[in-house]
Design a protein around this ligand. Structure first.
Ligand code: SD4
Length: 321
């Protein structure tokens, strides 16, 4: 009575869903399907939050995080702070297939990608450069440094990336509607669970910042014995709770996907009630659910499901807790 295969992803990224589903239909493996699904989002720059040309860091550069996980073998490949390579999930796959490592970062990840034949090109676009110059031209720039009294997240005057360090703030800075990482779980007909993520992270981040998306158990997790999960939201805070791992472990102990997702969100909410975060969960029989944290301006989280019952990418919305 399993309803498989299943493709489920964060947000209303329908092309990603269709791409993964069609890949399965023509006999591709779940791993290939999840990779192609996320790559479709990278190419179309989903919501400006995936792939090149989005969310420039403090210096104006766009950098990428991505992960892919095989729930049969528990192999993971990931890249963080990847520069000048558009297909981040492809590089993550190459880390998994062609190294004994799990995570490569920064310029060295770029070098690895070049060795593997990926093209090196600028990730900047007119759009990302405009975002950057608009930010710079504001009198006070919201940023991720804790350096200016009284609001530690705003720097006024000529922007100085390096400044004295002040006590940490508890509230994240992720701007609600502009950070829509793709996280996708694919479960093949025979129950192979895989997951992947791809994102350009957070606008105006400190260079070197790596979010939750390329961290196994944070951005996504997959175990074919149980199911999979993938998260989106304020990665700097979410990654402290490994929500994807927690959700999978809850499902392992028999909790239904929706309840597993909710518990993972509640765990974060307890410490950071204002965190913007959401998670999708699926179990190996094709059951699925999602949860999000209700914060001002965000009360429903959309996610996309493709299975034999829907026969098309179906948009779901879950009310936040
Ligand atoms: C990050 N989790 O880099 C990503 C951003 C995101 O929806 O998912 N936004 O923190």
């Amino acid at each position: 009575e399993a309803i498989l295969p299943l493709v489920i992803n964060t947000w209303s990224f329908e092309n990603a869903s269709v791409t993964a589903w069609r890949s399965l239909q023509v006999g591709a493996s779940p791993l290939d399907a999840v990779q192609r699904g996320c790559a479709a989002c990278e190419e179309e720059q989903c919501d400006g939050s995936v792939g090149f040309g989005g969310h420039p860091d403090e210096t104006g550069e766009t950098t990428l995080d991505a992960l892919i996980m095989n729930g049969d073998t528990m192999e993971v490949g990931a890249v963080g702070d990847l520069r000048r390579v558009k297909n981040a999930v492809g590089v993550a796959r190459a880390v998994m297939e062609h190294t004994h490592h799990t995570l490569l970062v920064g310029e060295s990840a770029t070098e690895f990608a070049q060795d593997m034949g990926f093209t090196s090109e600028s990730l900047s676009t007119n759009n990302s450069m405009n975002t950057f110059s608009q930010w710079l031209s504001q009198k006070c720039q919201p940023n991720y440094r804790k350096n200016v009294f009284p609001d530690p997240s705003v720097s006024c005057g000529p922007y100085k990336p390096r400044a004295e360090v002040k006590p940490r703030q508890k509230r994240g800075l992720i701007n609600l509607r502009s950070h829509d990482t793709i996280g996708m779980i694919v479960i093949g007909r025979s129950g192979q669970v895989v997951a992947a993520t791809s994102t350009n992270g957070a606008s105006h981040k400190v260079p070197g910042r790596v979010g939750d998306s390329p961290i196994a158990g944070a951005g996504a997790y997959a175990d074919s014995a149980v199911g999979g999960a993938a998260a989106t939201g304020d990665g700097d805070l979410m990654m402290r709770f490994l929500p994807s791992f927690l959700a999978v472990e809850l499902m392992r102990s028999g909790v239904e996907p929706t309840a597993a997702c909710e518990t993972a969100i509640y765990r974060i909410k307890k410490h950071y009630p204002e965190v913007f975060g959401a998670i999708i969960c699926a179990n190996r029989t094709g059951g699925f659910g999602a949860a999000c944290n209700k914060v001002s301006g965000f009360s429903q989280f959309p996610f996309t499901v493709f299975n034999p019952q829907s026969n098309r990418p179906q948009l779901h919305k879950v009310d936040c807790v």
